[in-house]
Design a protein around this ligand. Structure first.
Ligand code: FES
Length: 200
């Protein structure tokens, strides 16, 4: 069992026990799992199935009934755009087009590097601030295309920086064995102390 699996197993056991290991509490259990992982990992569904003695098909059947549950891992950042009536009349559709164009994904999708997910929602409950978006649980109201572009710029810049950091890290990892080899080669050319070199 990997550390990750063991960790998931512990967390799931706690979640299930908090809900009395009762199959009647399946939905609250699924909600807690989604809160913990931002989605319902397949391994979690399998563990719940074992512990509650119900089939995975039943769990999937219940979970897929509610649009709230997700089955794929979301990106590091989640942008939710509201297309409810109040937001729609204030130009939310145009904002959605900007998001799609800049991120090159459709609602319900995640960028290929798993950094940003895009979701559309019906109403965020803050219509007075329309049009609104939510970025990582923070509401941004009275959104304009300019404000949205700035938010996307910041996210893409962060993404670019991370990519660069990963590239540098990868390069330094590649250089390490070379350094090691060079160190060995150099030491081959050295005369260890206590040898007979120079003696006649
Ligand atoms: S319609 Fe967008 S917040 Fe209500």
């Amino acid at each position: 069992m990997t550390n990750e699996t063991a960790d998931m197993d512990d967390r799931l056991r706690d979640i299930i026990e908090q809900h009395d290991s009762d199959v009647k509490n399946l939905i609250p259990i699924l909600q807690s799992v989604q809160e913990a992982y931002s989605y319902l990992p397949a391994a979690a569904i399998s563990a719940i199935s074992d512990r509650l003695h119900i089939s995975e098909d039943v769990i999937f059947g219940v979970a897929t009934f509610y649009t709230h549950f997700k089955f794929t891992k979301p990106g590091e950042h989640i942008i939710k755009i509201c297309l409810g009536t109040a937001c729609f009349v204030k130009g939310a559709e145009n904002l959605l087009e900007i998001l799609k164009d800049r991120l090159q994904i459709e609602p319900g999708q995640t960028t290929p590097d798993n950094s940003i997910s895009l979701e559309r929602v019906a109403c965020l409950g803050c219509c007075a601030l329309a049009p609104t978006i939510v970025l990582d649980n923070e509401v941004y109201g009275k959104m304009s295309s300019l404000k949205l572009s700035k938010i996307i710029d910041d996210l893409l810049e962060e993404k670019g920086k991370k990519k660069e950091e990963q590239r540098i890290e990868k390069n330094s990892d590649l250089e390490k064995p070379e350094e090691k080899t060079r160190g060995v080669e150099e030491s081959k050319g050295q005369v260890p102390s206590g040898t007979t070199e120079g003696k006649t």
